[in-house]
Structures are given as C-alpha cells and as structure tokens.
Design a protein around this ligand. Structure first.
Ligand SMILES: [Zn+2]
Length: 112
C-alpha cells in the first residue's frame, strides 16, 4: 500500500516537474517580449543557464520521477496477480486463511 502511495507521489512530482518546466519556458518567453516604453524592466536579463537550464532540469527530473513512479505502480499488481488470487486462500474445511503453498491447514490439520 505504501509502495503504491509512493508511486503516486512520484508520479505527481514528475508531472509537476514537467508542467513546471514548461511553465518556466512560457514565463521566460513572455519576459523576453519587448516591454512597453513606460514599463519598468529589470536591466539584467536572466542568464542562459537560468533561462534554459532550470526548465530543462525540472522537466528531466520530472520525467525521471514519472517513469520511476509508473514503474513502481506497474510492477506492484503484476507481482500480486502472478500468484493467483492473492497470496492466501481459505481452508475448505475450517474456513481460516492459509498460504497457497501450504500442504496442510495450520488450523485444523486437514490435507489440502
Ligand atoms: Zn483448516
């Protein structure tokens, strides 16, 4: 359960990073448009590293988190479905849960 939650946190962080990177590109593209004559502008333009590096880093880290989260989320149900109907079944004699690999019931001792 916590693994699935962690996967969704990673997926959320990944999507946030990707969208945030695209948002930074958009903001810098707006900031680069010529300002009106009476507008107050900053003299120092953002450095190319800040302009292209941070959106790219955000998008790449977001993509890594997204793939990581999708991998975690995707592998979890496959492991569970690989062993049939879960890892435990009920005893036909007493109705208690028993492991799938058990030869005899731990509760009533009947052969399975
Ligand atoms: Zn039993």
């Amino acid at each position: 359960m916590s693994r699935n939650l962690g996967a969704w946190v990673l997926i959320t962080l990944g999507l946030t990073g990707i969208v945030g990177g695209a948002g930074m590109v958009y903001i810098f593209s707006i900031a680069n448009q010529p300002a009106p004559a009476n507008a107050r502008t900053l003299d120092a333009a953002p450095s190319p590293l800040l302009k292209y590096g941070s959106p790219a880093l955000s998008a790449v880290v977001g993509l890594v988190f997204l793939c990581w989260g999708l991998g975690m989320r995707g592998s979890w149900p496959r492991v569970k479905s690989g062993s049939g109907k879960g890892s435990k079944r009920t005893c036909p004699n007493c109705g208690h849960l028993r492991p799938v690999t058990a030869v005899k019931c731990y509760h009533c001792g009947s052969s399975l």
